[in-house]
Design a protein around this ligand. Structure first.
Ligand code: TEU
Ligand code: CA
Length: 572
């Protein structure tokens, strides 16, 4: 049974007739839009070529103009930066290159003054090998911290305990000379996995989480959280037997009674598993990031390093499945990209011939769906992938590790570079493009990673000045989510389901009906409008060409043409 919160509590959202009186478990993040900041690449205030907290504070007014409500801040904790901060050596201190705890607290306060919450990135599947726990653990087999991590004796011939591989190349086991045992790491050898079966580990993590919650953060994004229930000896990594018990224990011990957003990064989630995480009755998380729409473009054997063109029918099937399966239980996150993924317009659009049209289409296609949308820094101005010719221009530990491993195994340099150009993580990590000044206004120093040369055309200043920019299109979509209850609470029906170029759907709530039609291709499309849509008329909410106020018997769409009509119609 669908119930809607009391109007005063729903951000002034105008509710459809007949639905005002009921009351539902609405959450503030149901109509919020999240903006992800990768701090190293966002804004550098002190000129050392690395983004920092002071730089983010300088840009809060911009984010307020954009209209976002939450910043998901990739890790800023003390770290040797082996994996750019996803290897933490002190969860309760800030990495000096990013700033200080005082600046972190100032960011929380200044953001709150602009009605923006800060969601921190919780990386607790592993720590850095420089974390004091690991420094202690490796001292001796009977050290009190030894089983904060996962150690195994070598096989008789001295080789690793098993053949498990690490995500960044090589074995998942690193031999430690001092104690003659291997330790387990699913990512780099400098990111030893924590042993979540040890209650002391869980207790220390919950204490740290409460320390940050007490500082007024708006929640947590949880890095590879589906791995914490791993059973190494049975070769189980994701969705392990203790995963959900641990999350329910974490919820009860930390954020459960706080009004915060929690989103798990769960590469191995399908809709059934996602319901386990996000069904409010289970008291685990608010939502998860699932990646089925991402891996569609990965080769089944060689993964992201052998990219496949995306097939819209497959993409639509995945998007519709997640909308339908989580319609009434749980909650969807909605995203095209993040700091690990290629730029949306390069992956799913056409950055050369139709960058603006296809970026706007992607934004419209995503932001009218049910769930919480996530915008990755630069997505709102249509930043694109980068194409460095030399592997030496790349910084990402994953790309460099797999380049070494795969070329050593015989993969041609050119083939591996194609994989890196298409799906390497540095695509998302080139510095944010603010203006046409040196280094795109990101830094007065030498940026840690080269700026994308297209910053002269693609930058925030140009986007703000252009009423037809992708940026202003995102601003409108963000605002509409606050104004149209059907976007947040409406149902979902796919339209033109079998069409290979068009992703279309409608959202309905009470007497409100929004029809969203997207040509996902550079080819013009001529459509026969189905009977039930003919004559539909109303307000054109957004369009990337001329507005559409009415649907007739035929509909001609130009390259990447996309629009949404809010139609008033009797309850069908
Ligand atoms: O990513 C998890 C992860 O598995 C990704 O690295 C993925 O394997 C790959 O990038 C596919 O494109 C999280 C963080 O988002 C990532 O930045 C970290 O490197 C990783 O965990 C380890 O903390
Ligand atoms: Ca800096």
């Amino acid at each position: 049974m669908l119930l809607i919160g009391v109007p005063g509590q729903s951000h002034g959202m105008r509710l459809p007739a007949g639905l005002e009186e009921s009351s539902v478990e609405t959450k503030w993040w149901h109509d919020a839009v999240v903006y992800q900041i990768y701090p190293r690449s966002f804004s550098d205030a002190n000129g050392d070529g690395i983004g920092d907290l002071a730089g983010i504070i300088d840009k809060l007014d911009y984010l307020q103009v954009l209209g976002i409500n939450v910043i998901w801040l990739s890790p800023v904790f003390r770290s040797p930066m082996d994996d750019n901060g996803y290897d933490i050596s002190d969860y309760c201190d800030i990495a000096p290159e990013f700033g200080t705890l005082d600046e972190m607290e100032r960011l929380i306060t200044e953001a709150a003054q602009r009605h923006i919450r800060i969601v921190m990135d919780l990386v607790v599947n592993h720590t850095s090998d420089e974390h004091p726990w690991f420094v202690e653990a490796r001292k001796s087999k009977d050290n009190p911290y030894r089983d904060y991590y996962i150690w195994r004796a070598p096989r008789a011939d001295g080789t690793p305990p098993d053949a498990q591989r690490a995500s960044f190349g090589g074995s998942a086991w690193e031999f430690d000379e001092a104690t003659g045992e291997y330790y387990y790491h699913l990512f780099s050898r400098r990111q030893p996995d924590l042993n979540w079966a040890n209650p002391k580990v869980r207790e220390e993590i919950y204490r740290m989480m409460n320390w940050w919650l007490d500082k007024g953060i708006g929640g947590f994004r949880m890095d590879v959280i589906d791995l914490i229930g791993k059973d190494v000896d049975r070769g189980i990594t994701a969705n392990g037997p203790n995963l959900h018990p641990y999350l329910q224990e974490m919820n009860a011990a930390t954020f459960g009674d706080r009004d915060v957003l929690t989103v798990g990064e769960t590469w191995a989630a399908n809709p059934e598993v996602a319901k386990l995480y996000s069904d409010p009755r289970r008291a685990e998380l608010s939502m998860v990031f699932q990646f089925e729409h991402v891996t569609l473009t990965h080769d089944p054997v060689e993964g992201k390093w052998k990219p496949r063109p995306f097939d819209l029918l497959a993409l639509k099937e995945v998007m519709s499945k997640w909308q339908t399966e989580l319609a009434d239980v749980g909650w969807n996150s909605l995203f095209w990209n993040n700091h690990d993924l290629p730029r949306a317009v390069s992956r799913y659009g056409d950055p050369e011939r139709y960058r603006v049209e296809s970026a706007k289409m992607l934004a419209t296609a995503l932001h009218f769906l049910k769930g919480t949308p996530y915008i990755y820094q630069g997505e709102e101005i249509g930043m694109t992938n980068v194409r460095f010719d030399s592997i030496d221009d790349y910084q990402d530990i994953e790309s460099l590790g797999l380049y070494r491993e795969r070329t050593a195994a015989g993969v041609a340099h050119e083939a591996m570079m194609e994989g890196i150009h298409a799906n390497g993580r540095d695509n998302a990590r080139t510095p944010m493009q603010w203006d046409t000044g040196s280094n795109a206004g990101f830094s007065r120093g030498r940026p840690w990673l080269k700026v994308n040369p297209n910053y002269r055309e693609i930058n925030v200043v140009a986007a703000l000045a252009d009423p037809g920019s992708i940026l202003h299109h995102y601003r409108r979509l963000i605002r509409l989510r606050k104004e149209r209850a059907a976007i947040v609470h409406g149902d979902y029906q796919p339209l033109f389901d079998a069409h290979p170029q068009v992703f279309a759907y409608q959202r309905r709530l009470g007497d409100e009906r929004i029809v969203v039609i997207n040509n996902f291709s550079p080819e013009p499309v001529a459509l026969d409008v189905p009977e039930e849509l003919r004559g539909l008329a109303g307000e054109c909410l957004v369009s990337n060409y001329a507005p559409h106020q009415q649907l007739g018997e035929r509909l001609a769409l130009q390259a990447y043409e996309s629009f949404a009509i809010a139609a008033r119609s009797a309850l069908a």
